[in-house]
Ligand binder design. Structure first.
Ligand SMILES: NC(=O)c1ccc[n+]([C@@H]2O[C@H](COP(=O)([O-])OP(=O)(O)OC[C@H]3O[C@@H](n4cnc5c(N)ncnc54)[C@H](OP(=O)(O)O)[C@@H]3O)[C@@H](O)[C@H]2O)c1
Length: 240
């Protein structure tokens, strides 16, 4: 049974959950992972109610034992891991000069170190048949900005980790890709989390969730002789 793992799954109207929904619709047994039992269970139940195969798994991306248990589950029995997506990454604003070092470290553990732990498990379990390993990026992956140094540096490091992995693992049949989401996503994180901001940018300024998921699906479907490392997505009115 072809299997997918998506880590960084929260509300149903969010990127992690929608990635899980899409790849389950494609017939993959999908493991949706995040730190909150109720959230991952709700997403998995939604997928099963549509007639597809999913399981919610409580996992902390920063913990190597937790990541290993997730992959043990996802590769048990007849499961064949073909897709793994690292979608974890919360914005951590703040001035660098007066930032608590712990806060900086947590940002790095969440956005970068967790990606390393996840990639090791994924790649080792995809061999020898290969597979697809995708990472979620942001505007922060591409440039530093005042008051966003912790997030910029950890997302930027994740991007270069992904690029190195793409070169290291490509010959073994593992397609590694990175999706740069350049602007706010039209999901619950923004619409419910910071409604004033969502109202200010308006619907036209929020990136379409299904359109973002299309970018992951595009890379997943690429044949071995035509691989893309990176896709960026933004709205037509984004200033970039
Ligand atoms: N929202 C935006 O506007 C935006 C813009 C550009 C890029 N992005 C990127 O898109 C991704 C998130 O998409 P989203 O904003 O739509 O959110 P989402 O996919 O709906 O939710 C991501 C979920 O990740 C989980 N998570 C956080 N830390 C974790 C950890 N240590 N281990 C496991 N799971 C963890 C959180 O759930 P728990 O707290 O329950 O674990 C969170 O709800 C991130 O990589 C982010 O950098 C977002």
């Amino acid at each position: 049974m072809k299997t997918a793992v998506v880590i960084g799954v929260g509300p149903l109207n969010g990127l992690g959950a929608q990635l899980g929904v899409r790849f389950a619709e494609r017939g993959l047994r999908t493991y949706v992972a995040g730190r909150t039992q109720a959230s991952v269970d709700a997403v998995a139940e939604h997928i099963r109610a549509q007639g597809h195969d999913a399981k919610g798994v409580v996992t902390d991306a920063r913990d190597s034992d937790s990541i290993a248990s997730l992959f043990n589950l996802a590769t048990a029995g007849q499961n064949e891991l073909t897709l793994a997506i690292y979608n974890v990454g919360n914005n951590t604003p703040g001035r660098i000069v007066d930032m608590d070092p712990k806060y900086f470290e947590t940002s790095w553990r969440t956005c970068c170190f967790g990606g390393f732990l996840f990639a090791q498990e994924a790649v080792n379990r995809m061999s020898p048949n290969g597979g697809t390993l995708l990472f979620t990026g942001a505007s922060a992956s591409m440039r530093g900005r005042a008051n966003f140094g912790a997030f910029n540096s950890s997302k930027g490091a994740l991007r270069l980790l992904a690029q190195a992995l793409a070169k290291e693992c490509g010959p073994d049949g593992v397609h590694v890709g990175h999706v740069v989401i350049d602007g706010p996503i039209g999901g619950d994180k923004i619409i419910k989390g910071i409604p004033q901001y969502a109202e200010q940018v308006g619907e036209a300024g929020l990136i379409d969730l299904a359109g973002i998921v299309d970018a992951y699906e595009y890379m997943y479907d690429q044949p071995r002789r035509a691989w893309t490392f990176e896709v960026d997505v933004r709205t037509s009115i984004e200033k970039w």
